[in-house]
Design a protein around this ligand. Structure first.
Ligand code: MEV
Length: 409
């Protein structure tokens, strides 16, 4: 690792300090990072904040969030606080079932092939389960088979879905191993040729749902409820807005997914594909007014997170974060993540439908600007105060303010 870093330092003309920062692996042992990925030279830390006020299924929870964006942790905490008087978040999940896809081409008779595969389903499931006795021992394993006939650019394809209950694993390894093991059996059964054998991130059989009620008095009154409903209607009608609406949801979701060492690319791809499931990209949350005039929000999103295997099992900070959450199953973790996504969306919509997000955002952003402009710890607060008072949270102004302050003193 040191040799690589030295090469990179020379190639990139990096200073000693820059190279040391890059090479600082923080909470991770050098041996560990060097085994986690390839060509390792160091680590890239993210801030870790703790969202407070969350009650999920009656449990008080401190939520670790790893994210570089200001306001997200504060907004989630604030949203969760306003939902406390109605009991916080109620959340649930489906069974943790992932889909493994096996692509068959040049199948002589696709309809017949479908029939034959379904006839031999039990044999196929047995063959798959023999590949992962540990998963079966923990109550998971291949559960069912679906067969789809697809028209494609290359003609008709038969696509087999293996439905695998992954229990507390994210499941990619288990599912991919089973999909590869199933391939020869499926070729023999159908007379076709297998190409791809891989998990689908569109995890429609592994959903997490959460719901909460925000009393109108707690969130600023009936007008705020109305504003949030207008914001939701906008997102439901318009993919340009829905993309940003869902970005706000993912601010919360990704931060917890990352903090717990899970694969956020898998969660992102699953969430957006799910949002576009019916051919029209939609918000991942829904909002309505109840009989009291209070605001009820809900979320439904694929949530392929695990507690065993992957970085969750080896990254020491991820392990500590999972312990802090107190979750015993991947499903409990998925429920909390869904609740945070909903809270994050609520906070964004409330801000957008009232004063806009810039005021709150800017005072936090001003801290970053002040530090970047070179303010020392003693100077930061005053620079922030002046930037916000002037409503000019800009780097050039921060530099001028610093100069002014220094000449004043
Ligand atoms: C910013 O990170 C997220 C928002 O744009 C989300 C939204 O517009 O709903 C505020």
């Amino acid at each position: 690792m040191k040799d690589r870093l030295a090469l990179v330092q020379a190639y990139g003309d990096l200073s000693e300090e820059e190279s040391q920062r890059m090479g600082n692996t923080g909470a991770l042992d050098e041996g560990l990072v060097d085994r986690m990925i390839e060509n390792v030279v160091g680590a890239m830390p993210l801030p870790l904040g703790i969202a407070v006020n969350f009650v999920v299924n009656g449990e008080e929870i401190l939520v670790p969030m790893a994210i570089e964006e200001t306001s997200v942790v504060a907004a989630a905490s604030n949203a969760a606080k306003m939902a406390r008087s109605t009991g916080g978040f109620q959340a649930e999940t489906t069974d943790p079932v992932m889909i493994g896809q096996i692509q068959l081409v040049d199948v002589p008779d696709p309809e017949k092939a479908k029939e034959r595969i379904l006839e031999r389903k039990e044999e196929l499931l047995e063959l798959c389960n023999a590949k992962d006795p540990i998963l079966v021992k923990f109550g998971g394993g291949a559960r069912d088979v679906e067969v789809r006939i697809l028209d494609s650019l290359q003609g008709t394809m038969v696509v087999v879905h293996l439905l695998v209950d992954c229990r507390d694993a994210m499941g990619a390894n288990a599912v991919n191993t089973m999909a590869e093991a199933a391939a020869p059996f499926l070729e023999e059964t159908t007379g076709g040729r297998v190409y791809l054998r891989i998990i689908s991130n569109l995890a429609v059989k592994r959903l997490a749902r959460a719901q909460a009620t925000w009393p109108k008095e707690a969130i600023g009154g009936a007008e705020v409820v109305e504003g949030i409903l207008q914001a939701y209607a906008f997102a439901a009608a318009d993919p340009y807005r829905a993309a940003t609406h869902n970005k706000g949801v993912m601010n919360g979701i990704d931060a917890v997914v990352i903090a717990t060492g899970n694969d956020w690319r898998a969660i992102e791809s699953g969430a957006h594909a799910y949002a576009a499931m019916d051919g029209h990209y939609k918000p991942l949350t829904t909002w309505e007014r109840d009989a009291n005039g209070d605001l009820v929000g809900s979320i439904e999103v694929p949530m392929a997170v695990g507690l065993v295997g992957g970085a969750t099992a080896v990254h020491p900070t991820a392990k500590a974060n999972v312990k802090l959450l107190g979750v015993k199953t991947a499903q409990e973790l998925a429920q909390i993540i869904a609740a945070v996504g909903l809270a994050q969306n609520f906070a964004a919509l409330r801000a957008l439908a009232t004063e806009g997000i810039q005021r709150g955002h800017m005072s936090l952003h001003a801290r970053n600007i002040a530090v970047m402009a070179g303010a020392s710890l003693d100077e930061v607060d005053e620079v922030v105060r002046r930037l916000v008072a002037e409503k000019a949270v800009r780097m050039d102004r921060a530099e001028e303010i610093l100069k002014e302050m220094r000449s004043e003193s």
